[in-house]
Design a protein around this ligand. Structure first.
Ligand code: PLP
Length: 400
């Protein structure tokens, strides 16, 4: 067979995808599987966004869009950053891409040379190191402890930074831990980053609107304007507006970086779908009530599931301040054996045994760089979440 590229050996599809696929196989075999493996809002896209897409398609907005995004969406994105984040981006300081994920790909492709380091606090969304590695970068991890509710400690960030650091990834609210960073913490992190002028800073704020704590979400570019020329503020409509399938992300940053990202984009996707962009304009500029409704609902589910998991002997569960996930610790089960006779050597074995014996799909913490934990998504309805908790309790009780 013809060979595949050597760079593929350094990366793989994320484990979240693998776990969802395993759940699908069991489901197709007739089992009643509950999948809490993926961060996909279970709400519908707001109707006004769907209608805007329909109108755009009928009005002939079906040609190649401008590479960086339609004028209407770029305007809406700049207005959003100014209104919600207190950051004024100029016309050549924003770009729209095919999901926030492509924004990350563009940014890393435009800046990483082989051996450049990408500093990623762990636990992390698996795509940061995977994309970095695909592009020749070397991830450097900064552990955040469950006992700190997974908050990033500035002194640990300082210890991870060095002359080869090209990027630092800050993701608040965090996937998978739910950790947030109030302005006071961002200011401390900014003081650390001040001393590394050759390092870009990715602020992935895709879960911005899913923030449940008392402290409001804050953007580093607003809190530390002296870093503004190095910050890429990344966001998208996937999570805030339940629009994962529309594939629209956007970013604001210095024009030099945005221009470089645009070069990558012009040689890959040629820009995001014009019809999805019309929907995104409506989402950003239209009524915002659905955002609050979703947030309140996720918060209610979070409280219910945290309470149910904390009642299970052997599990630990920090209360996440944001995002769509819980990240319970399963250290109490390592070295034990499941009711079905499966040895639980690590969190991957725990997740696999849970799937096979109780038909609940979760993602093991090793996929997010911190074990022994499992990540479960709260983007399922109350009945499913309650049933999943009941099955997890049964599974745990059955471990000898
Ligand atoms: N950033 C984080 C932290 C995510 O969890 C996700 C999706 O799961 C994304 C970015 C990607 O979002 P998009 O659908 O815009 O590509």
């Amino acid at each position: 067979l013809p060979p595949l590229a050597a760079r593929l050996s350094a990366t793989s599809a994320p484990a979240t995808v693998a776990m969802s696929a395993a759940a699908r196989v069991l489901r197709e075999a007739g089992h009643d599987v509950i999948s809490l493996a993926i961060g996909e809002p279970d709400f519908a896209t707001p109707p006004h966004a769907v209608e805007a897409a329909h109108a755009a398609a009928l009005a002939g907005q079906t040609k190649y869009p401008p590479t960086d995004g339609t004028a209407a969406l770029l305007r809406a994105v700049r207005a959003k950053f100014a209104r919600e984040n207190g950051v004024e981006y100029g016309a050549n300081e924003v770009i729209v891409s095919t999901g926030a994920k492509q924004g990350i790909f563009n940014a890393f492709a435009a800046t990483l040379d082989p051996g450049d380091e990408v500093v990623v606090p762990s636990p992390y969304w698996a795509s940061y190191p995977l994309i970095a590695q695909l592009l020749g970068g070397v991830p450097v991890f900064v552990p955040c402890d469950e006992s700190d509710r997974f908050r990033l400690r500035p002194e640990r960030l300082a210890a991870a930074l060095g002359p080869r650091s090209r990027w630092v990834v800050l993701n608040f609210p965090n996937n998978p831990s739910g950790a947030t960073a109030p302005a006071s913490l961002l200011r401390e992190l900014a003081e650390v980053l001040r001393h590394h002028p050759n390092c870009w800073i990715l602020c992935d704020e895709i879960y911005e609107h899913l923030s449940y704590g008392r402290e409001p979400h804050a953007s580093l570019a607003a809190v530390a304007p002296f870093l503004r020329d190095r910050i890429l503020t990344l966001n998208g409509v996937s999570k805030s507006y339940a629009m994962t399938g529309w594939r629209i992300g956007y970013a604001g940053g210095p024009s030099r970086l945005i221009r470089a990202m645009s070069v990558i984009q012009s040689n890959s996707t040629s820009g995001a779908s014009s019809i999805s962009q019309a929907a995104a304009v409506a989402a950003l500029e239209g009524p915002q009530e659905t955002v609050g409704v979703m947030r309140a609902d996720y918060q209610r589910r979070r409280d219910a599931v945290v309470a149910a998991l904390r009642a299970i002997p052997g599990l630990t569960c920090a209360v996440p301040d944001g995002a769509l996930y819980l990240y319970p610790g399963v250290g109490g089960f390592i070295g034990r054996t499941s009711a079905g006779g499966r040895p639980i050597a690590d969190d991957a074995a725990f997740a696999l045994a849970l799937l096979e014996e109780q038909h609940v799909a979760v993602v093991p913490g090793d996929a997010f760089g911190m074990s022994p934990f499992i990540r479960l998504s709260i983007a399922s309805d109350d009945r499913e979440l309650a049933e999943a908790c009941r099955r997890i309790a049964l599974f745990c009780a059955g471990c000898a």
